[in-house]
Design a protein around this ligand. Structure first.
Ligand code: AMP
Ligand code: MN
Ligand code: ZN
Length: 947
């Protein structure tokens, strides 16, 4: 006795250990999944129904379309029964000669049966059945891994044979069985046909006409039980294990005991029906004068079932009915007390989660239970976990407690849907305010053009039809959404204006006169002070201030046929006249201008104009577009093609992998930076798909390995010049020491003996498409993600695209409008720029126009040897090559013409109506500098007015 007890305990302990081990591995799996930011589980999990080509009932909210018989009368609409007439006729004049068995039937179930899985086998079956007067039918369903469920097997038994029809293999052609099922001359015997009749309609447009339901007969005969198991026991002495009913009927080959169970359900039905029919007849014979006719009644009750039509359940809102039942159960559990504030929040979350669950089940073609259990919904709404781990724990703990009672332990908890889309739940739980467009957002996120989940025959209509439906149904909410978006845009614009527009008037309109009293130019106060402080001028007017130079300037503006510099300038947008805010716009993009010879770029207020944010955006977009044209024309790509982490480059090069491999490994530096920044800022709130994309970009830089937060931080620095790096460091409160990254050439370098191309290059002659995809990235992603998440990214995209106006131009400092003075480049700026130029120039000797400079390093593996002060994030390297090329081919004249092209681009984009007098596309740009001019490159700084 004691021994037995001990064994029992030992067994229990072993079982528990096994279960906990199983759970731990499951849990680890989830952790792992999380770590890899795994994409939708469906992408790697084949489901049998995915092979179906003909699906009559998809998971959309649109109503089910019934079979339409072309030959029948017109009243046959999709909502009426296609065999209404035939069934009604049967109800009026039932076939009462129930002869289900000829002669004596061998009750015993033999070993042989027919497995029907090919078209020809199915056709043979159709032929056989058409000759029968009666056959028995049962179906097995699969409902766990499908939203509406599908028929996995049909068992058909004639008096001679049992047929098991593989309705998964034959799904698309099952309708060839339709005619025998709807043939009123052939009786179909079912046990409890209510569901089967609907399932056959749903999956195959098979309609049963002329039914004998043994359950109905049972009911009429007032049997103590009307289950098939009871009838089998009573009439056939056969025991059946009804637990197999709930097995996974999708399995192939079907296990032997399931085959046996399936056959049993149909095999004895004809015999049982015969027995029941004779009992019914007996009843009728017993009371002949009675108005109640048992046989007639059985036939009528059976055929009434046939009149039923399958329809999809319709709810007021997706998941609404489940939410109501979860809430009412919760209220009951609380002892009927409810509706305090907490409960309102609980209810809101339950509704949101149920909506999500409903949509997810439809999108993935899974049952609601498979996605998330009711209990887990309640637990999540109750506990409101905040981290991914907490979400997982809440769900798995709840399911563990419940399922251990109901033997549902085979279910994975949390489900793969939760695991691959947990951030949705996270978002729903964090977002306390109800999102009215959750429906739309979820659909877009998962099934939209860049959705995270596979589109299928089951969910396609959801997307296409629901969108139309939503437009009508949620029109007001849609507008609300658009409004929210507009508000977001407006806010971001204001933020931008605030941040980047000039803080004070740009033009002070101070005047400088020559000592003969002729006006030389307009300028800002600082410049006046500069001359005054050196005793080179005297103040001649106060408001607005004016000075007169005490020395003879080299020339006069008029002498150079250039009135521009003696015009006063208004502090307004030259495009539209907006006077409330404006910022400087460089007509000649800085990436080129910064490489102009000093005397051509200095003191050129002509090509710096004021624009409001809107005009600025338009002008910038036009310039960016034109840059691409320049890039194509000169064969000089806009961006350094790709960079790769130097450590990774070592590793890749160390192995015997090919160049192609290395090329694949790299990533464009700006793309890398944008991705890393977005991940750091919005990673957890981002739509999964987007985050995954961005993560792939960063991983590519690190040679495909897993990345950490630290790696993201490090990626921010890649390609930055020291100035940018310092700025970022300040901003993020860190100091970054290491410049990282190797640049990969876009082209194979045949002459590079080691085959190593991680050498620094500022790039090849081909235009890379990485760059093209780039320029539009910010906008593209915000456009096609019609989700709330995108408001965040949207705002960000606007800001970053506007910021990049400034940063990408290679002049981070240009954003700080306040350091500028009226004549364009302030002194401090000039210094920074020339600083850059000096470095750039020192390198230019090796550069010859379109051909890039490659510096194979001594160890065969490159260290970046491009000018480290030239940011790889902007178009600086491109600009330098273009300018070098122009100078080499056409000299300064080339530069002048180049500037004219840019002014043309500007004018065409903006059609400016408020340009200062004297502004001219053909502006010569030729200005001489006096020997004392600060702008005279050959002289030390001393005082002189230009002229
Ligand atoms: P049966 O004809 O009794 O074997 O049932 C046909 C199909 O109905 C089965 O394959 C199951 O999918 C489904 N079914 C019937 N009863 C249940 C139940 N109690 N729980 C789950 N599924 C059931
Ligand atoms: Mn069955
Ligand atoms: Zn998915």
């Amino acid at each position: 006795m004691e021994n037995k007890e001990m064994i029992k305990i030992a067994f229990t302990v072993a079982c528990l250990a096994a279960i906990s081990m199983f759970l731990t591995t499951q849990y680890r799996k989830h952790r792992k999944q999380k770590k890899f930011w795994s994409s939708c589980y469906l992408k790697t999990e084949p489901k049998p129904q995915n092979k179906f080509k003909r699906v009559l009932a998809d998971n959309s909210y649109s109503p089910f379309k019934h079979l339409k018989l072309s030959d029948s009368n017109n009243e046959n609409s999709s909502s009426s029964h296609p065999y209404q007439a035939e069934i009604t006729a049967l109800l009026k004049n039932p076939h009462l000669e129930f002869n289900f068995v000829d002669g004596n039937m061998d009750l015993k179930m033999s070993d042989s049966y027919v497995w029907v899985e090919t078209h020809s086998q199915l056709q043979e079956l159709v032929d056989v059945l058409s000759k029968e007067r009666v056959f028995a039918v049962d179906t097995e369903q699969h409902s766990l891994r499908s939203f509406l469920g599908f028929t996995a097997l049909i068992q058909i038994s004639t008096q001679r044979e049992d047929y098991l029809v593989d309705t998964i293999a034959l799904h698309d052609i099952m309708s060839i069985l339709g005619p025998v099922f709807s043939n009123p001359g052939i009786c179909k015997v079912f046990h409890g046909a209510d569901n089967d009749v609907l399932w056959l309609q749903r999956d195959f447009h098979i309609y049963v006409v002329n039914l004998f339901d043994t359950a109905k007969a049972c009911e009429l005969l007032s049997k103590p039980q009307k289950s098939l198991a009871y009838l089998l026991e009573m009439y056939c002495g056969v025991a059946t294990n009804k637990l197999l009913q709930r097995e996974d009927w999708r399995q192939r080959p079907l296990p032997v005991e399931m085959v046996k169970y399936a056959r049993t359900d149909a095999h004895y039905l004809l015999y049982i029906a015969t027995c029941l029919a004779s009992e019914l007849k007996q009843q009728d014979n017993l009371c002949l004068d009675d108005k109640f006719h048992f046989v007639l009644e059985a036939s009528q009750r059976s055929n009434t079932i046939c009149l039923q039509l399958f329809s999809k359940e319709i709810e007021a809102a997706p998941g609404e009915s489940a939410a109501s039942s979860i809430i009412s159960r919760h209220v009951k559990d609380q002892g009927g007390v409810s509706s305090n504030f907490c409960d309102t929040e609980f209810q809101d979350i339950v509704r949101q989660l149920c909506t999500w669950r409903d949509l997810m089940a439809r999108v993935h073609d899974e049952s609601l239970r498979y996605v998330l259990s009711d209990n887990a919904v309640a637990a999540l709404a109750h506990e409101v976990p905040t981290t991914e781990t907490e979400i997982y724990n809440t769900i798995s703990q709840t399911d563990l407690n419940i399922d251990s009672l109901s033997l549902n332990y085979s279910l994975q908890s949390p489900s793969p849907i939760v695991c691959s889309h947990w951030e949705d739940i996270h978002y729903l739980l964090q977002e306390k305010i109800g999102e009215p467009n959750i429906f739309q957002l979820i659909l877009q996120k998962h099934l939209g053009s860049k959705g995270s989940c596979p589109l299928s025959i089951y969910n396609y209509a959801m997307l296409s039809k629901s969108n139309l439906k939503l437009e009508n149904r949620f029109i007001s909410k849609q507008n609300g959404f658009k409004n929210a978006k507009r508000v977001g845009r407006k806010a971001s614009r204001e933020l931008f204006v605030q941040k980047f527009s000039c803080k004070s008037p740009v033009y002070h309109n101070c005047r400088i006169y020559a000592n003969d009293g002729r006006l030389l130019c307009y300028c800002d106060r600082r410049k006046l002070e500069w001359y005054l402080g050196r005793d080179l001028a005297k103040l001649i007017d106060d408001n607005p201030p004016a000075i007169m130079l005490l020395f003879e300037p080299k020339g006069r503006p008029q002498d150079e046929d250039n009135d521009f510099y003696i015009q006063s300038k208004k502090n307004i947008c030259v495009g539209c006249g907006e006077g409330n805010h404006y910022l400087r716009y460089r007509v000649i993009p800085s990436c080129y201008r910064m490489h102009f010879p000093e005397h051509l770029k200095s003191h050129r207020s002509h090509d710096i104009v004021l624009l409001c944010v809107d005009c600025h955006e338009i002008a910038h977009a036009a310039a960016e577009k034109y840059k691409k044209q320049i890039a194509a024309e000169f064969g000089i790509p806009l961006f350094v093609r790709k960079v790769v982490d130097s450590k990774q480059a070592h590793e890749i090069c160390g192995s015997s992998e090919s160049i192609a491999n290395l090329e694949e490994a790299g990533v464009s530096p700006l793309e890398l930076r944008t991705a890393a920044m977005a991940l750091l800022r919005h990673g957890p709130r981002m739509p999964f798909k987007r985050r995954e994309e961005l993560k792939q970009i960063v991983m590519k830089y690190y040679g495909g390995r897993e990345i950490s937060e630290e790696d993201l931080e490090r990626a921010l620095l890649v390609g930055m010049n020291p100035h940018e790096r310092r700025r970022l460091g300040k901003k993020r409160g860190l100091s970054f020491k290491h410049a990282t990254g190797s640049i990969i050439s876009g082209k194979k370098q045949e002459n590079n003996s080691g085959g190593m191309v991680t050498s620094a290059t500022v790039n090849t002659s081909s235009i890379d498409n990485v760059d093209n995809s780039h320029a539009t990235k910010g906008k593209a992603c915000s456009k096609d993600q019609n989700s709330d998440f995108s408001i965040v990214t949207d705002m960000d995209a606007v800001i970053s695209s506007l910021c990049s106006d400034i940063e990408v131009d290679g002049e981070v400092f240009a954003a700080d409008c306040k350091v500028m003075n009226s004549d364009g480049i302030g002194l401090s700026d000039a210094k920074v720029i020339s600083d850059l130029d000096t470095v750039a120039n020192s390198e230019s000797s090796s550069s010859n126009g379109t051909i890039n400079s490659i510096h194979p390093s001594s160890d065969g593996i490159s260290s970046p040897k491009h000018n480290p002060k030239l940011s790889l994030l902007g178009h600086g390297p491109h600009g330098k090559q273009v300018v070098d090329h122009l100078l080499k081919e056409y000299g300064e004249n080339g530069i002048s013409q180049f500037c004219q092209r840019w002014r043309q681009v500007f004018v065409e984009a903006i059609h400016p109506r408020f340009l200062p007098g004297g502004w001219d596309i053909m502006h010569s740009g030729r200005r001489d500098f006096g020997e004392f001019s600060v702008y005279n490159p050959s002289k030390k700084v001393s005082a002189a007015a230009e002229g």
